[in-house]
Each structure stands twice: as structure tokens, then as C-alpha cells.
Write a protein that binds this ligand. Structure first.
Ligand code: GAR
Length: 204
């Protein structure tokens, strides 16, 4: 058992969440997923975490219509579970000011493009891949960045380039990226835990 505790927020499928849970279980990363939060009560992400008996919470506009109270609830839930690093894994909502302040430089996100390209409001999941294909890009990729107030902003801590095949469409690209994302996110999280990546160093 390790002392490093991860809090993961996910909205839908939760395949990155699963990869992180598996990496903790197998010891690839020395940490435990101490809590999962989803804004979607029916998400696969919550099914996955419940199956592993990880404390799991649905916090959303339905449970907390007031954004301030929602911010307080997410912050309290993370704190109550002694979370050291907050990981957004396909979480499609903005975090509130309280969580951003309390976990300053301790929140990371994965995004399926070479940020700053194809990032920002309304750019997530399949929508990103559709735009990349529409723009006839030859290369795309994955970015992992520190979370700040705006969508997909904050220093990029890791990036990987992925070539786009001639006959690629948004669906095939999404599958290809999703497979690479899992190992890439796990590797980067591991490097944060071991101190190879220092999130504070991006602000010096
Ligand atoms: C992932 O591809 C992730 O990069 C993307 O959503 C997908 C979630 O998949 N995130 C964003 O677009 C964030 N702006 P998952 O639920 O299977 O982990």
C-alpha cells in the first residue's frame, strides 16, 4: 500500500480511469485511486470504480444545481479522501475556483490533440478527431497538461505525436489514440509520483 492518493474525475467511458486503476493494481504506478467523481450518474467510469470498490461519487448540476455548492462538494470530497493528485480522465466539465485554488498545480488533464491546436471550449473526445480529420492534418497527438481555469489551458507537461494514415477517419483515429493514451497517461502519472516530473517547475 502506498501513501500517494489519486482522485480521478471522469464523465463517460472511463477507459483512461480503468488503465490507471489497473496500473495501480499491478504496481506499475505506486499509488492508489482513493476516489472517483463523475458528473454522469450512468457513466461507465462509475461502474468501473464501483466494481473495484473505490469510493465513487456522482456530483453534477443535478445533485448540486448551484455551481458554488458543487465546487464545495467536489473540493470536500477530494480533501476528505486525502487526494494528492487530481486526474481528469475524460472529464468534460470545468472545475470551480475552490478546487483550482486548493489543488493548484496538482491537477492534470489528458487531451487528444497536440495542444494548443484543437483545444478549448467544445473541443473534446470525438469532436476533436472530427476537426483534425476535416482540417486534413497529417499529424495529431496527445497532450497532458496542468489544469488551469480555462479549458485545455495550463503548461503542457508531456506530448506525443501520432501520424494520421491516408484513409483515417474520426472513428479510426479515436480508437488509435485511445489505445496510446492509456500507457501514455500511466507513464506520465508515474513520473509525477516518482518526482521525475515536478509540476511546480513549470511556473518558475
Ligand atoms: C479521451 O480521449 C480524452 O483524451 C478525452 O476524452 C476521452 C475520454 O475517454 N478528453 C478530452 O477531450 C478533454 N478535453 P475515456 O472516458 O475512455 O477515458
Amino acid at each position: 500500500m502506498t501513501n500517494f492518493k489519486l482522485g480521478i474525475l471522469a464523465s463517460n467511458h472511463g477507459s483512461n480511469l480503468q488503465a490507471i486503476i489497473d496500473a495501480c493494481d499491478s504496481g506499475i504506478i505506486q499509488a492508489e485511486v482513493s476516489i472517483v467523481i463523475s458528473n454522469n450518474s450512468k457513466s461507465m467510469a462509475l461502474k468501473r470504480s464501483n466494481k473495484k470498490n473505490i469510493p465513487s461519487f456522482h456530483i453534477s448540476n443535478h445533485t448540486h444545481p448551484d455551481p458554488h455548492l458543487q465546487d464545495i462538494a467536489i473540493n470536500k470530497t477530494l480533501k476528505d479522501h486525502n487526494v494528492n493528485l487530481v486526474i481528469l480522465a475524460g472529464y468534460m466539465k470545468k472545475l470551480g475556483p475552490l478546487v483550482l485554488k486548493h489543488y493548484k498545480r496538482k491537477i492534470i488533464n489528458i487531451h487528444p490533440s497536440l495542444l494548443p491546436k484543437y483545444g478549448g471550449k467544445g473541443m473534446y473526445g470525438m469532436l476533436v478527431h472530427r476537426e483534425v480529420i476535416k482540417s486534413k492534418e497529417k499529424i495529431t497527438g496527445i497532450s497532458i497538461h496542468i489544469v488551469e481555469e480555462e479549458y485545455d489551458s495550463g503548461p503542457i507537461i508531456d506530448q506525443i505525436k501520432i501520424p494520421i494514415d491516408k484513409n483515417e477517419n474520426a472513428e479510426s483515429l479515436s480508437k488509435k489514440i485511445s489505445q496510446i493514451e492509456h500507457d501514455f497517461y500511466v507513464k506520465t502519472i508515474g513520473e509525477i509520483i516518482t518526482g521525475q516530473i515536478d509540476l511546480n517547475s513549470y511556473y518558475n
